[in-house]
Design a protein around this ligand. Structure first.
Ligand code: SF4
Ligand code: F3S
Ligand code: FES
Length: 242
């Protein structure tokens, strides 16, 4: 129930863990007084600044742009800075994303995630002589990969995917989304190289079309559809790309 000033008393249970000091993670409960329009990140900051300075989590932009505060909130991966308290309720659980090694509390090791991202060559490949002006593209060609340019590499899709939980070597949805961004770019010439990388045993075929990734994406990217398009490009070659 709201207080006279409109604020809410909210219980937040956070999974805490310092792997080098503690044998296993444990839950710690906090209570904060927040405005319903506050974001969960505001509540976590309040805990850190006023109750327990040792609580550890990543954040930077606070506006859904940098992708650093993806975490598991009431069992679903979300950006803490985009989630309003009024949308998540007054009893909240917060955990690190699954499928990533925990460094401390809510901070996970993103190095393996970025190593897989680099594997798919996330940059324009084109060895043709440079044109006198820019490499031109029609609005339709640009539209073809528009959605996958919106990825902020937060990892929410990857951390919500059961195929990732089952196999840490699998390239995972975020890498495929970023491969899609270049494979379907008419200026790029590296599609075959990327499709070959994604055809191997830890490539796209480990996706079981579970859709958790699409549900988790804070940028509204239809991750499963992008993965399906890459699968079709592997099966049907350039006919599926154009
Ligand atoms: Fe995050 Fe969406 Fe990119 Fe996955 S596809 S890393 S959920 S922005
Ligand atoms: Fe995983 Fe998404 Fe595929 S949840 S199995 S990557 S559709
Ligand atoms: Fe940057 Fe949330 S703090 S996306």
């Amino acid at each position: 129930m709201a207080a006279a000033d409109g604020t809410l008393s909210v219980q937040i249970k956070v999974k805490r863990y310092q792997p080098e000091k503690e044998a296993k993670p444990y839950w710690q409960e906090f209570r904060v007084q927040v405005d319903p329009k506050d974001r969960l990140l505001d509540a976590l900051n309040q805990i850190k600044w006023e109750q327990d300075g040792t609580l550890t989590f990543r954040r930077s932009c606070a506006h859904g742009v940098c992708g650093s505060d993806a975490m598991r909130i009431n069992g679903r991966n979300r950006l803490a800075c985009k989630l309003l308290i009024e949308d998540v309720g007054t009893r909240i659980t917060v955990e690190p994303m699954l499928g990533f090694p925990v460094i401390r509390d809510l901070v996970v090791d993103m190095d393996p995630f970025f190593a897989k991202y680099e594997k798919i060559k996330p940059y324009l490949i084109n060895d043709e002589p440079e044109p006198r002006t820019e490499r031109r593209q029609s609005p339709e060609q640009r539209e073809r990969y528009d959605e996958t340019t919106k990825c902020i590499l937060c990892g929410a899709c990857t951390g919500s995917c059961p195929s990732v939980w089952a196999n840490a070597d699998w390239v995972g949805p975020a890498s495929i989304v970023n491969a899609h961004r270049f494979i379907f770019d008419s200026r790029d010439r590296g599609a075959n190289e990327r499709l070959q990388i994604l055809s191997d045993r830890n490539g796209v075929w480990r996706c079981r079309t579970i859709f958790n990734c699409s549900e988790a994406c804070p940028r509204g990217i239809h991750v499963t559809d992008a993965i399906e398009e890459v699968k079709r490009a592997i099966m049907y070659g350039s006919n599926a790309i154009e």
